[in-house]
Each structure stands twice: as structure tokens, then as C-alpha cells.
Design a protein around this ligand. Structure first.
Ligand code: SF4
Length: 210
């Protein structure tokens, strides 16, 4: 440990692990203030974001109370400063994910692990049984497509981390929304808690994985 929970390999231990689906004191104190909301996509299939879109007409109510300042759903290149809440889909699988996760933590008041891949590694971490070199060789140098060929992969793809990690093993996480993907009702309950300035306490039936 190097201090403040940071470890020597640049990852950070969970600051204050909370029970899955629980979060304290996360709401906005000023009801007139619109939440600066972000969503991010790391090593995931985008299914959690698709479920977010399945909020349907509730998105209109959400946008009345929140500005979406960064998201794969919007064409914003740089993660901004001063974000109130960031929902993070996906596990941390490569160096680009790691850099974005650290930037998100530095610029967000509240970071939420959004979906099972962020919470546990889930599907994305299935490759953890293989060594990275074996994986790249099988997929890009010996696989049927061989695209990109040989060493070209090293210049095109961000370097993989030795293991896929859940978000809380890389940065401190404030709350968790499990599910693969979390269903829209679960997402809405979490978002409403944020909008209303209430603790995020998902009922037991909404804390299930899968
Ligand atoms: Fe996709 Fe499920 Fe992972 Fe969400 S939790 S990114 S839906 S595999």
C-alpha cells in the first residue's frame, strides 16, 4: 500500500465497501440543481446501457432532473470535471479501461458499479483462466480470421490487463446495481433515489445477480 488505499500496481482498494445495492447520502441537497449524470462503458456488452434505454418514457422525467454530461449514448469525447453521479458498465479489462476508471473516480462525486460485469467481473472475466499471451495468440495469430494479423494487434488494441477486474478492485465504488443486465425497474429505483436525495436501498429481490 502506498497510502489512501492505493496499491503499488496503481489499483485502489475499495474505500468503504457497502452491501450490494446500498448507498448512503448520495442525493442532491438542492432540489433545483440538476444532477450532472454520466454513464461509461468499460469491458461490457452494452446490455446494461440497452436496459438503461429501456427506461423509455421515464427517460423524459430523468432528463428533467439531470444533464447527461458523458455517455456512450452521446457523442462526448472527454470525461468532464464535476460530475455528480457516474454509472459504470463493464469490468476493467485493458489499459484504456483502467485510465478511464481512474479519471471517472477523480472527477465524480458518486461512482456506481452498474451491472454484474462491473460488480463481479461476470462474463468479461471468463478469460481470466487463460494467460494473456495465450489468449491473444489464439484469437489474433492462430484463429480462423487472423485479423489483425500477427504483431499488428499490439499496435491496434489497447494492452490487456493480466486479469479482468471488477470496478471496485481498481477504484473506490460508492454503490452497486447488480443484474445482467439490471432490469429497467431496478435502474429506475436507483436513479430515483439519486434524484430524490434518498439513500439507495434496493429491496432484496432487486439485489440478485444475473
Ligand atoms: Fe452485458 Fe450483462 Fe455485463 Fe451488463 S452485466 S455488460 S448486460 S454481460
Amino acid at each position: 500500500m502506498t497510502g489512501d488505499g492505493e496499491t503499488r500496481d496503481g489499483t485502489t482498494r475499495p474505500r468503504d465497501q457497502k452491501t450490494t445495492g446500498q448507498m448512503e447520502n448520495v442525493g442532491m441537497s438542492d432540489e433545483l440543481h440538476k444532477i450532472r449524470l454520466a454513464t461509461a462503458w468499460l469491458g461490457g456488452c452494452s446490455g446494461c446501457h440497452m436496459s438503461f434505454l429501456d427506461l423509455d418514457e421515464r427517460l423524459i422525467e430523468l432528463i428533467a432532473h439531470a444533464d447527461l454530461v458523458y455517455s456512450p449514448l452521446a457523442d462526448i469525447k472527454e470525461f468532464p470535471e464535476g460530475v455528480d453521479v457516474t454509472l459504470v458498465e463493464g469490468a476493467v479489462a485493458n489499459v484504456d479501461h483502467l485510465a478511464l476508471a481512474q479519471k471517472i473516480r477523480a472527477r465524480s462525486r458518486i461512482v456506481v458499479s452498474f451491472g454484474d460485469c462491473a460488480v463481479t467481473g461476470n462474463v468479461t472475466s471468463l478469460r481470466n483462466r487463460l494467460a494473456v499471451d495465450d489468449l491473444l495468440t489464439q484469437v489474433y495469430k492462430e484463429g480462423p480470421g487472423k485479423v489483425p494479423r500477427g504483431g499488428e494487434a499490439d499496435h491496434i488494441l489497447p494492452a490487456l490487463l493480466p486479469k479482468v477486474l471488477p470496478l471496485h478492485q481498481v477504484i473506490a465504488v460508492d454503490a452497486y446495481i447488480p443484474g445482467c443486465p439490471p432490469d429497467p425497474d431496478r435502474i429506475w429505483m436507483a436513479v430515483q433515489a439519486l434524484l430524490n436525495g434518498e439513500p439507495l436501498r434496493l429491496p432484496p429481490e432487486m439485489r440478485r445477480f444475473g
